[in-house]
Design a binder for this molecule. Structure first.
Ligand code: SF4
Ligand code: SF4
Length: 226
């Protein structure tokens, strides 16, 4: 399969953005969370994104935002698994990375996916990570949900995007519990504040850093308020 055919496969399953990273772009991955720690023969990482409907940012309740998150997570995993099956049928070994997997990394005291979805997306040229620690894409801003697949097929990597975050500090000031004070987000503080039970159901209570960023919507969210 060609690179374009592989991207077409992901698009046909529902992805809106898809990019390729070569394995050499993961030199800075933390020990134990490198693609080679998952698939020792990995040569390329295929990252893809689906739209996170931006209307939820205008709501007075976090129920729609939480519903979107909970709906997109299994969708990304389904796309990843289905594409791995199709790649395998074509004789290409590929494995999915869970979209919202979180395991504790003792060395840094953080929860991490087996491979960082955001860093994979950045390495695959989908966008760049801003000060708020979210991926910003030109097309959909930070209103994306991410998935990725590791493969031993060597593919030509896509061009990296130029960073758009200008460190304006709006997200840092907007955070009610100062979780963005240091360059690396205080994950535990953020998660304790932003996620949890509310009125009997698990919800995401806080996304202020996403809401306030001037780059949160992207060129494809035409007509949406900034
Ligand atoms: S989600 Fe809320 S608590 Fe977490 S970093 Fe953003 S503004 Fe701060
Ligand atoms: S609000 Fe400003 S500092 Fe924060 S991510 Fe957006 S551009 Fe960067």
């Amino acid at each position: 399969m060609t690179k374009q055919e592989i991207k077409g496969l992901f698009m046909s399953r529902g992805a809106e953005l898809c990019g390729i990273a070569s394995i050499d772009r993961f030199q800075d991955a933390p020990a134990g969370f490198h693609p080679l720690d998952v698939l020792p023969t990995c040569k390329s990482v295929i990252s893809f994104a689906c739209r996170f409907p931006a209307g939820c940012l205008s709501c007075k309740t976090d129920v729609p935002y939480t519903l979107i998150r909970n709906t997109l997570t299994p969708k990304m995993d389904r796309i990843a698994v289905e594409c791995c099956i199709e790649l395998e049928k074509a004789g290409i070994l590929a494995v999915p990375v869970p979209t919202n997997d979180s395991r504790f990394d003792d060395s840094t005291g953080r929860f991490r996916s087996i491979v960082s979805q955001k860093h994979a997306a950045q390495a695959a040229g989908l966008g760049t990570i801003g000060r708020h620690s979210l991926l910003i894409t030109p097309e959909l801003g930070s209103m994306v949900w991410l998935g990725c697949v590791l493969t031993e097929l060597e593919l030509e990597p896509d061009e990296l995007k130029e960073a758009v975050c200008d460190d304006c500090g709006l997200c840092v000031s907007a955070c009610p519990i100062n979780a963005l004070k240091c360059p690396e987000m205080n994950q535990r503080t953020c998660w304790d504040h932003a996620f949890g039970d509310y009125e009997g159901t698990w919800q995401i209570h806080c996304h202020r850093c996403r809401d306030i960023c001037p780059y949160n919507l992207g060129a494809w969210n035409v007509g949406m308020k900034r």
